[in-house]
Design a protein around this ligand. Structure first.
Ligand code: SDX
Length: 443
């Protein structure tokens, strides 16, 4: 399954940028251009040439790498996985096929897709001794804490798949990738069942990716959970839409860890930890908690929006560092919400509140001026609720969807021909040099 594994770069015949320094020297900065013509000043040699670094807190203006995986145009609300528009993949593809595309760079042929699916099926079980690991955690441990721990622990139970890379020595990559993407379902379902004191349900070879997950979550030893096709389709869509999103906080973390030569499981576990924060993947849980609070306060959204505008609240699920337009994933999920709830005959008052918040915010200058639109997390919780996923597992569902993206970015770093550890610089603002003070002289 080896496709081209390192990013392509195009250096158009651009004139370089000229940086004029205070002492009159000037430095030429080559201009790199991405596939869609997006320009970047190449400052790889800036410190060597000028003794200076750049400063860009939060990396809002800084490209850390070149990558082939995902393209986003935040102004136009464009998202493509390996060149394919997210709208087309959402309509025609499913999570497993899209996971293959994100990881290997091409839509799979029928035999490739069958082999990848078979690898996922073969690797659905987890090592029986991992059950004891689960037992050692409190029943009410947050599922994201468990997921991060268990993903990292895969290196203990499958050491042959956790070889720290010396760049190029990852011939077991296909099996390691399938193991991670498949087992996160089993780990998640096991965490849920054990938190409820329910017997663990093992995966079934006859079920596809999403059906198997829902079977492990909701079946019981006496009755198989029959997954309605509309629910399987909705879960496939949610996972597919989360599969990758270029250099977001958690994916950049995975690349950072991968650049040290750490194995896939350790890198993915770091992604889980980064994703947990409420400003990132934790937002889908925070959105539902926000909508529930607005509902319980009998607020039609007006009061909440007023508080958000003065910084007392944050409209969770709104805003994005890259999208200064509607997040295309939010559009697709918003539509899928209506379809799923209608087909299930479910009326969710939180969806009505979400719709109302959206219409208030999209006509309010505070949000319009700051280009704050619904993002992927604004509606996804409504679908997860309708499927029966507990709210404290919403971010875990985001992580399951994002695994292919983390695997793809780990692969770009691990397969890079020239290893280069990520090591940003800083502007030091602490005390200047000073001598040690004996304890009796300190006040
Ligand atoms: C994800 O990066 C990715 O690709 C992430 C992701 C992925 O797929 O991996 O897309 C997934 O993480 C989506 C984002 C989920 N998070 C939320 O929904 C949390 C709510 N959103 C915000 O916290 C915020 O919008 C961020 C964190 C998403 C983006 O923050 P930025 O780009 O750092 O923007 P900022 O905090 O500097 O805000 C700029 C202004 C500020 O007001 P002023 O200081 O100019 O007066 O906009 C305001 C902010 O106060 N603002 C909001 C707001 N988001 C920004 N005000 C109210 N509600 C909000 N949600």
């Amino acid at each position: 399954m080896n496709q081209q594994a390192f990013p392509a770069t195009t250096t158009a015949p651009d004139p370089s940028a000229r940086l004029v320094l205070p002492d009159g020297r000037d430095v030429l900065l080559p201009i790199l251009r991405g596939t869609e013509g997006e320009p970047a000043f190449d400052i790889t040699r800036l410190r060597e040439q000028t003794g200076s670094i750049t400063f860009d807190e939060g990396y809002a203006n800084t490209g850390s790498c070149q990558s082939n995986v995902t393209y986003i145009d935040g102004e136009k609300g464009i998202l493509r996985y390996r060149g394919y528009p997210i709208e087309q993949l959402a309509e025609h593809s499913h999570f497993v096929e899209t996971a293959y595309l994100v990881i290997y760079g091409e839509l799979p042929t029928r035999p490739q897709r069958a082999r990848f699916s078979a690898l996922l099926t073969e690797n659905a079980h987890i090592h029986e001794r991992m059950v004891y690991l689960f037992e050692s955690y409190p029943r009410d441990a947050h599922p994201m804490a468990l997921l991060g721990a268990m993903v990292n622990a895969l290196a203990c139970y499958y050491p042959h798949l956790a070889t720290n890379t010396h760049f190029g020595e990852t011939d077991n990559f296909d099996e390691a990738a399938a193991t991670l993407i498949s087992k996160v379902r089993t780990i998640t379902a096991m965490a849920y069942r054990m938190s409820k004191g329910l017997p663990v349900i093992y995966p079934k070879r006859s079920l596809n990716y999403c059906e198997n997950f829902l079977h492990m979550m909701f079946s019981d030893p006496y009755e198989h959970f029959e997954c309605p096709p509309v629910v399987s389709r909705a879960l496939n869509l949610i996972l597919l839409l989360h599969a990758d999103h270029e250099q977001n906080c958690s994916t950049s973390t995975v690349r950072m860890v991968a650049s040290s030569g750490a194995n896939l499981f350790a890198s993915a576990a770091s992604g889980v930890c980064a994703l947990w924060g409420p400003f990132h993947g934790g937002a889908n849980q925070a959105v539902i908690e926000m909508l529930q609070a607005i509902h319980d306060d009998k607020d039609d959204g007006t009061r909440f929006v007023a508080e958000a505008k003065v910084g007392r609240r944050r409209l969770m699920g709104f805003g994005h560092r890259i999208y200064r337009n509607y997040d295309p994933r939010a559009k697709i999920i918003g539509k899928a919400c209506e379809e799923l709830l209608n087909e299930l005959g479910v009326k969710d008052p939180l969806l009505d509140i979400a719709r109302r918040l959206e219409s208030i915010a999209l006509s309010d200058p505070y949000f319009v001026d700051r280009k704050l639109y619904p993002n992927v997390d604004f509606y996804s919780g409504i679908i997860l609720r309708a499927i029966g996923i507990p709210i404290n597992m919403f971010t875990v569902m985001f992580a399951i969807g994002r695994m292919p993206g983390w695997v793809a970015h780990w692969r770009e770093v691990a397969f890079a021909g020239r290893p280069r550890i990520y090591r940003p610089r800083q502007i030091y603002t602490g005390p200047s040099v000073r001598d040690y003070l004996p304890v009796d002289l300190r006040e």
